[in-house]
Design a protein around this ligand. Sequence first.
Ligand code: HEC
Length: 204
Amino acid sequence: MYFKYFTIISGFVIFIFSSCTNPTREQATSQSDGSGTPVIEESYLRKGGEITGTVFKNMSGKLKNAMEVGGVSGAIEYCNLAASPLVDSLSRAHSVSIKRTSSKLRNPENAPSTLEMAVIKEYLNPDPGGELPSPKVVIDQHQIHYYAPIFLMDNCLKCHGGVSQDIADADYTVIKRLYPEDQAVGFKTGELRGIWSLTFPRDK
Ligand code: HEC
């Protein structure tokens, strides 16, 4: 008898708890493809990976060319997503907002939201012995968020490495003039530089 009440009550508590922590969980998992990853999640992981991969490739190419021609100061504008016609057309084609953010910013306009900051912290402090930071999809009532870590590579050092070591003083003068609040320096190869944050509307 008591056991029966306990089962009913605890079932109810679990229902309330799960429905307020993640209202879309049930809907998302109900369409599983058998691999354990819900179909919506999987398709947005793929979509997000394709979009960020395309942007990254385009941007790296432009940065490399511009640096060869005009050095660091001539390439500075090519690490700005807002100035990229490709980002603009991909955003429209996929109805997605495409952003990069970090806990150490160069441009304050790229500041993280509360949710983005939580993801950055999670990527910065992975569980000991746990998985390495990897792309993830978070579904809420109105939007689908795609997040992915951005690691620093050797060819980023001239603009995000150590000042006076990797970054020439003359180049840093130009960076500081354009971005007086710059904090995006002192990174080493392989460190987390920031994250991609893509937001899709849910009903698309
Ligand atoms: C030629 C200099 C230069 C190089 C090389 C460069 N960046 Fe940047 N980076 C910048 C500038 C300038 C900004 C600010 C762009 C803006 O106004 O949004 C920036 C912004 C960023 C941001 C957005 C967050 C913020 O701090 O505002 C990320 C993430 C980033 N860079 C990562 C990288 C990575 C990863 C590489 C190497 C693949 C790289 N950058 C190479 C100059 C550079």
